[in-house]
Ligand binder design. Structure first.
Ligand code: SAH
Length: 221
């Protein structure tokens, strides 16, 4: 197959992924659906798994970590309610796929990854694919990114047992945090916190399964 053919092939797989996995489960935000159809997810997974990139499950990306199932990426992105001019903090860069999706829907994405090799490879990949408004840092997301705070949206793609105060402080009033909250795999719930006049309003959505958020958070409570 020539390159053009292969490109079209993946575009067809993406369209079908959006229809059968994402629209079918109730994601309606047109901007989100469009971006899921655009970002080449197969370039964010290891070479030997490219043919599975558009299937309905998470995939390993090395270091015992995974790229989330496409539907979950879409669902979390929809809950972020991005309009285009936001500054977003992502915790858990992983492959960089979620960051790439966000980058097409907001102004800037700052993404923190605790495993150095993943941070480096995601940064390289995002640069090669020309996602110019994504900034990756190797570090502990528990601390946030003080130099560029505050953020309009914080999206956490690993599961913390509680919401770190540091991240609440780095969220603008009127901003939102989208996070799989939970101590154990079995009890994680996709949750949105809205910051309003000094209080956080919590809304819980469906159960999810993410790798635990590690780092300083484990030692502190
Ligand atoms: N968003 C990623 C998938 C995330 S998997 C993607 O699109 O591919 C969860 C990631 O969170 C893992 O890479 C894990 O190393 C990272 N992680 C776990 N605890 C963290 C912490 N305290 N700070 C930053 N990253 C963390």
């Amino acid at each position: 197959m020539c390159n053009g053919g292969k490109k079209d092939y993946y575009a067809i797989l993406r369209k079908s992924m959006v229809n059968s996995q994402i629209k079918a489960r109730g994601v309606t935000d047109k901007r989100v659906l469009k971006v899921l159809e655009k970002v080449p997810r197969h370039l964010f997974v290891p070479d030997d798994l490219q043919s599975e990139a558009y299937n309905d499950y998470p995939l390993p990306i090395g270091e015992g970590q995974t790229i989330s199932q496409p539907y979950i990426v879409a669902r979390m992105t929809e809950l972020a309610e991005l309009k285009g001019d936001e500054k977003v903090l992502e915790i858990g860069t992983g492959s960089g796929y979620q960051a790439a999706i966000l980058s097409l829907l907001c102004k800037e994405v700052y993404s923190i990854e605790i495993i150095e090799s993943l941070a480096k490879s995601a940064e390289k990949r995002l640069k090669e694919l020309n996602y110019k408004n994504v900034f990756v840092r190797h570090g502990d997301g528990y601390l946030g990114w003080t130099e560029v705070a505050p953020f309009d949206v914080i999206l956490i793609t690993c599961a913390p047992p509680y919401l770190p105060d540091s991240l609440i402080r780095q969220l603008k009033v009127g901003g939102r945090i989208v996070v799989p909250m939970g101590k154990e795999y079995e009890t994680q719930i996709l949750t949105v916190f809205l910051k309003k006049n000094g209080e956080l309003i919590k809304t819980e959505y469906e159960p999810v399964r993410f790798v635990p958020m590690k780092g300083k958070i484990e030692q502190s409570k």
